[in-house]
Design a binder for this molecule. Sequence first.
Ligand code: BES
Ligand code: MN
Ligand code: ZN
Length: 498
Amino acid sequence: MGIEVVTSSEPLDRLAGSVVIPIVPDGEVEGSLEFLEASLRAWIGRSARAVGVTGRVGQAAVLPPCEGMAAERLIAVGLGGSTQRTLTDVRKAAALAVKLAAEAGGRSLVWPLVQVPGVNDATVAQVLVEGTVLASYRFSRYRSLEGGARIERLAVIAGAEIDTGIRYGRLVGDAVTFARDLTNEPGNILDPERLSGIAWEVAQEVGLECAIYDRALLEELGAGAILAVGQGSRREPRLVHLIYRPEGEVRGRLALVGKAVTFDSGGLSLKPAEGMERMKGDMAGGAAVLAVLRALPALKLPLEVHGVVAAAENLPDGNAFRPGDILRTFSGKTVEVISTDAEGRLLLADALTFAVRQGVELLIDIATLTGACAIALGRGGSGVFASDERARDLLLQAAADVGERVWPLPLWEEYREQLRSEHADLKNTAGRWGAAINAALFLREFTEGRPWLHLDIAGPAWAEQGGLFGPAGATGHGVRTLIRFLELWAGCAEGRQA
Ligand code: BES
Ligand code: MN
Ligand code: ZN
């Protein structure tokens, strides 16, 4: 998958490809490149300043090849002073270098390892790889003509041992790539059956336990909510259960629960036509869960992790579920359907009950759940709702560590009564106001009092336009935060175990 990453100890001036030259204030070549001849360094610094690269993060420019270096071109990238820079700066700089190199027609990037205060070389290398893999992502499977040059190879030049960092950066980058690929797949290709088939293949490949519940098995379980959401589509629903069990010590047991609506038309409560095509991405939460589970065997964290993905297609049809229907959920609670477009919380209700029954100490669900959350926070970040402060704080820490935006939203008790129904235990919507909060309160009813985090990724799961870390379309938001969270939860702040 993705790009090839190598380490090299060869001198920077002898490498071909697009060679990155870090520029520090005030427009000087980074000090660690002292092995380059003084006159060459002076020339590069002058050229960088001439095109506006004075050393700040966010600045970058292509410089022509020069005497004394084998590079096809140089990419001057602002990296801030070596005593102030952060991993986030390095990740951004890596992404910028990809953008400029690709635009110039380059396919191969070369980075000298840079220093970040208080951070070891391997971790800096990890972030370089991560930024490069994320920024060079394309979804081109269905394009007859490739849309321009792509970075295919990254070489990181380092004296020190950075292999674990490279490996880890690839792992994280590949996990995000995997989630993006699934999310970008159209509804005609990726239906619940195909999604569960992919989960099965992944489980065999990396070594996870896997069980798949089809319609008959869901009926046996009594997962009435998942069945109802899926009943309007000829493509039947599935529940996927993956388990990662560590080899040695187990420091915790938790479940990641994902919403995977492979296409959300709204059902009989049909959505407006405009923008409906984006609802092929309504399985981004489920994709994130699969991506994290897929990475776990290589991460070797001392946690037992259950991945529970509820997959269905929400379509109107002669057999579709209707507003007014009363469903019996897996938990035993009944739900009156007000809107068939509030289908995500129905799927998650059953999936959460399933997760609770695995005996986990913490539930985390991730879902493109409400337009309201996207209205509140925009496309930049997700909302997190929590019944457990420690877990929430750790999740916010994890998000900050990896440079994803996650913001806390409240579970206000007074709103709970809006979910009361005349004829059932609950109704599935409570009007326009505070819809993200009401959805979260609805989910909480199915957590049986367990510590629980709910991530509403309706905003950031999908990018309207390309950005620094990827093109328009699926972003894979949440994957890196969840991986980091699991490390923190396991007490492995350093991250890498192997
Ligand atoms: N999948 C949507 C939420 C969504 C909207 C995700 C926009 C990404 C972008 C969800 O199933 C939905 O339709 N939610 C409704 C809930 C409403 C009926 C209470 C919504 O947000 O409008
Ligand atoms: Mn919907
Ligand atoms: Zn939906």
